[in-house]
Design a protein around this ligand. Structure first.
Ligand SMILES: Nc1nc2c(ncn2[C@@H]2O[C@H](COP(=O)(O)OP(=O)(O)O)[C@@H](O)[C@H]2O)c(=O)[nH]1
Ligand SMILES: [Mg+2]
Length: 316
């Protein structure tokens, strides 16, 4: 306990070694992690958590690297959680991120942690959320969360971040139209990176058209053009991030309890979905038959399914 208290004091004082140790404990689900996470609850909510998401190759890591430099120029301390769900075995993306962000490794004002996905069902988001909390408690003023926009991860990012930056680039995939509506829904700021490329203006026009179609228009989503390669547009992006972080009620930090409640809701829903598919031909066969024959309605079927899943969750 003394050791933990000492570790906690160092963590709250922002010492990098204590920060690294606490994150490792959480990441490895070491028993001491529970004590740390419990103890830091009173110290949360000071950091501005900025999420970057978008398709692979959009330039998120390169942009984050520039953004870090900009934050350091403004004397802000920075923590980065880079989440890449690609296989930790190939490790290519993680290694690439590390190398690209390495210009900051000698700067004690920047702490970078890469996380690989440990399977599905929200294990990733809970780790990311907790590590963001630890960086927050350690006094990092800006905590950056980079996730690859693969469907689930942008929702996870949306739950954790105060300001959500969606990074797109011209010439990715077929067309901007192909971008799932979901990724636009979560954006507080849209970035069209690679503005040095010929089709950038067209991408911006398409995005403006898509945003205009959104109804109701609750809030303005700025579109920022950047070139992470040469640093163009990074000051504009920083201003937009601070604007969104301070001015918009909709981006106000969710209380920690709310955040965990929503993570639990999402993860439970995802678990249920997986299990329903897995057990469709076994435990849930009868319920599905009854539903198909209109013997029971969908609500009744869902309630029954939950009950059956619960029984088999304990047995399996
Ligand atoms: N032309 C151009 N290339 C860029 C720009 N930003 C990043 N890239 C390149 O795009 C590729 C993917 O970048 P990366 O940051 O790894 O993208 P991520 O997968 O979204 O993290 C790399 O080869 C970068 O050098 C940019 O603004 N302009
Ligand atoms: Mg990346």
């Amino acid at each position: 306990m003394t050791e933990l208290s000492t570790g906690l004091t160092s963590l709250l004082a922002g010492e990098s070694t204590a920060l690294a140790r606490a994150i490792t404990a959480v990441d490895n689900e070491h028993p001491v992690a529970r004590d740390i996470l419990g103890a830091i609850q009173a110290y949360l909510g000071k950091a501005l958590v900025v999420g970057f998401t978008g398709p692979p190759g959009a330039g998120k890591s390169t942009l984050v690297n520039r953004f870090i430099t900009e934050m350091r120029a403004r004397s802000k301390s920075v923590g980065v959680v880079a989440v890449d769900p690609s296989s930790p075995i190939t490790g290519g993306a993680l290694l690439g991120d590390r190398i690209r962000m390495s210009e900051h490794t000698l700067d004690s004002g920047v702490f970078i942690r890469s996380l690989a996905s440990r399977g599905h069902l929200g294990g990733l988001s809970i780790s990311a959320a907790r590590i963001v909390d630890i960086m927050d408690a350690a006094g990092r003023e800006i905590v950056i969360l980079e996730t690859v926009g693969t469907g689930q991860s942008e929702v996870e990012m949306a739950e954790i971040a105060d300001v959500r930056v969606v990074v797109l680039a011209p010439g990715l995939g077929d067309d901007v139209q192909a971008i799932k509506a979901g990724i636009l829904e979560i954006a507080d700021i849209l970035v069209v990176n690679k503005s040095d490329m010929p089709l950038a203006k067209q991408t911006v026009r398409q995005l403006k058209g898509m945003l205009a179609l959104r109804a109701p228009v609750e809030r303005q989503v700025p579109i920022i053009e950047t070139s992470a390669l040469d640093g163009k547009g990074i000051p504009d992006l920083s201003e937009a991030v601070f604007d969104q972080g301070t001015n918009h009620a909709s981006t106000k930090k969710l209380k920690s309890a709310d955040r965990y409640r929503r993570l639990l809701a999402q993860t439970t829903a995802r678990l249920a979905e997986t299990l329903v598919h897995q057990q469709a031909h076994t435990h849930l066969k009868t319920v599905l038959e009854e539903l198909k024959n209109a013997d029971i309605n969908l609500d009744t079927a869902a309630c029954r399914a939950l009950k059956i899943l619960n029984e088999n969750l304990l047995n399996d």
